[in-house]
Design a protein around this ligand. Structure first.
Ligand code: OAD
Length: 251
């Protein structure tokens, strides 16, 4: 059965700009638990309890322990057909942009080199004093627990945007621009509970883009979408690819 009607397929094929906005759901099929779904709790803590500056101030060991646990899962995980379809699309068309809330590094590992990681990357740390950044694996910080700066010996923190913190302004401005200019926005695997990414999708739609959501659940973005597919992104995205490019294999 066809997923998309002719007019939407034409809009996608003729689009000057397409934006993919992804969240934890796209990595679920790679074995990484989402934040608000089953398996999202760690020792009974929610992400909102741990991903904050005050949680880190109160108990940096606990916060590092959580990120060390997640990082290990991310390291073992492999990109799935959802990540790979987006990467292939970007390789085929320069006009396809990717903005992700995910910090798991699976999009770049799938081959998406041009992407905006809005919430940072779980494989990076930065110094709480001198702001120097380190790669946790390549720079030899691949142990669990507290880590200290190689330059000033101050405590390192995950290089992640926590609840209540400012986004990187350059990345945010670029994201707004991309969304404003897009004719199609794919919203994939996000609960849209965090306001900035949700507003990015709204901005694209207010500026004339058609919205296509892929998520087994409905979200507060669903009513603004032209299409909602309640399936897994690793299955629906390759199917959409086949409809848009019937003569091109994904291999
Ligand atoms: P959530 O855990 O809030 O939502 C994941 C969404 O993915 C849910 O709506 C699921 O229904 C959907 N989902 C699950 N499996 C799926 C699949 N196979 N295919 C498609 N969709 C699927 O994760 P995010 O929306 O990404 O921030 O959460 C946003 C932010 O809140 C995260 O970046 C993180 C978190 O706290 C930080 O860590 C700073």
């Amino acid at each position: 059965m066809e997923l998309l009607p002719k007019d939407s397929l034409e809009t996608i094929r003729n689009a000057d700009k397409i934006v993919f906005l992804t969240g934890a759901g796209i990595s679920n099929e790679s074995g990484i638990p989402t934040f608000r779904g089953e398996g999202g709790l760690w020792k009974n803590f929610r992400a909102e309890d741990l991903a904050t500056p005050s949680a880190f101030q109160k108990d940096p060991n606990l916060v590092w322990e959580w990120y060390d646990w997640r990082r290990e899962i991310c390291q073992k995980a492999k990109p799935n057909p959802g990540h790979l379809t987006i990467a292939k699309w970007q390789k085929k068309m320069k006009s396809v942009s990717l903005i992700t809330q995910n910090v798991d590094g699976l999009h770049p590992r799938a081959g998406s080199h041009s992407l905006i990681e809005l919430h940072g990357n779980i494989f990076r740390a930065r110094c709480t004093k001198c702001s120097e950044k380190f790669h946790l694996v390549n720079d030899g910080f691949d142990h669990s627990g507290l880590k200290y700066c190689k330059h000033c010996e101050s405590l390192l923190r995950p290089d992640i945007v926590w609840f209540g913190e400012e986004y990187d302004q350059t990345l945010l401005t670029k994201s707004w621009e991309l969304c404003k200019q897009s004719q199609v926005v794919f919203v994939v695997g996000t609960s849209a509970n965090v306001s900035v990414p949700a507003n990015l999708a709204h901005t694209a739609i207010r500026n004339g883009a058609i919205g296509i959501e892929i998520n087994p659940d409905e979200t507060n973005l669903t009513p603004s979408m032209k299409h909602h597919f309640d399936g897994k992104s690793g299955e629906v995205l390759p199917q959409i690819w086949k409809e848009v490019f019937p003569n091109e294999s994904l291999e």
